[in-house]
Design a protein around this ligand. Structure first.
Ligand code: HEM
Length: 291
């Protein structure tokens, strides 16, 4: 009886690995989507046309994830950020960002488990995802720690600006790019600064990995392009003409994504002197442009 849940979890992990590996093989064997046509016809964002951006209104629910907030700000998820089903989250994230179906199944399932809700029947409000030390954690790159910024639903503008200003890369078209080394440097500084200043600081290995996973989306899905990341991270707005930089036919798999994540996490050294000063007065910036 007691073995049913662990056994079910083990079987679903094995299934997920096989599924993800098959998607990887599928990606190797099929041509990439054509640039300019990553979003399929009939879906928001087809040909770079995103539904109208409306910043959150009073009473709307927003969270610590810029990508999900942006979806709500464009009406791809409910604009009020409420009563979203985990299944809807799976489908919409896949269509919007071209993450692979294995990732889009895994993360909403993880979130449902974290919130002790049913994946197949349950719903959530975006704010529910801010459960501290669930997925949300200290030393994030776009939010102050919850100790300093209890409302995690808005970006911390100075932190985001510092992140974007750290970009050292450039592509052949002259676009300024964030690199894996840049992210590792900023993360290392952020972790040291948060550890120094936050009396309630915690960052378990699992949360370091979540941190590097979240920030690795900036390199993969957003291709590191600072010009695109400015509206995404500062306003939680998807710019006109944008499309996911992942063009693999079956989307970004967990396996492929983890190569980037491990690259960021293994380069992150926390011993860099703290220079990202925390904002002790959240009112000074937390309003940002997303209110
Ligand atoms: C699939 C469902 C998803 C869930 C449940 C989720 C949840 C979260 C949560 C709770 C955080 C806060 C972590 C922290 O404290 O730093 C976060 C941050 C973040 N997520 Fe998501 N997310 C999802 C999908 C995505 C996708 C598809 C992208 C990119 C296309 C993305 C990009 C980010 C970024 C850039 C951050 C900010 C990291 C930071 O501030 O350090 N997320 N996400």
């Amino acid at each position: 009886m007691f073995l049913i849940t662990p056994l079910k979890k083990l079987l679903s992990s094995i299934f997920l690995i096989f599924w993800d590996v098959s998607l990887n093989i599928g990606n190797l064997l099929t041509p990439k989507r054509r640039a300019g046509f990553v979003i399929p016809k009939g879906h928001p964002g087809f040909e770079g046309k995103w539904p109208e951006f409306i910043p959150p209104q009073d009473g709307d629910s927003r969270c610590s994830c810029p990508a999900l907030n942006a979806m709500a700000n464009h009406g791809i998820l409910p604009r009020d950020g409420k009563n979203i089903s985990f299944k809807e989250l799976n489908k919409k994230v896949r269509e919007t960002y071209n993450f692979g179906p294995s990732f889009c199944y895994f993360v909403p399932n993880f979130a449902a488990d974290m919130l002790k809700r049913s994946y197949s029947k349950g719903t959530f409000n975006l704010k529910d995802l801010d459960l501290h030390n669930g997925i949300e954690h200290d030393a994030s790159l776009t939010r102050q720690d919850v100790y300093f910024q209890p409302d995690q639903g808005k970006p911390d503008i100075p932190l985001v600006k510092e992140l974007l200003a750290s970009a050292t890369g450039k592509d052949k078209d002259g676009n300024v790019l964030l690199t894996s080394e840049d992210l590792a440097k900023v993360s290392g500084k952020r972790r040291a600064a948060a550890r120094d200043s936050n009396p309630e600081f915690t960052l378990a290995t699992e949360h370091k990995m979540f941190g590097s996973s979240n920030s690795s989306t900036l390199l993969t899905i957003f291709g590191g392009r600072v010009k695109d990341l400015e509206p995404i991270l500062l306003e939680e707005r998807i710019p006109d003409g944008w499309e996911p930089r992942i063009r693999e036919r079956l989307g970004l798999t967990i396996l492929a994504f983890n190569k980037t994540v491990l690259g960021v996490e293994t380069r992150t050294k926390e011993d860099t002197p703290a220079s990202v000063a925390p904002t002790t007065n959240p009112e000074s910036n937390a309003g940002g442009v997303a209110t």
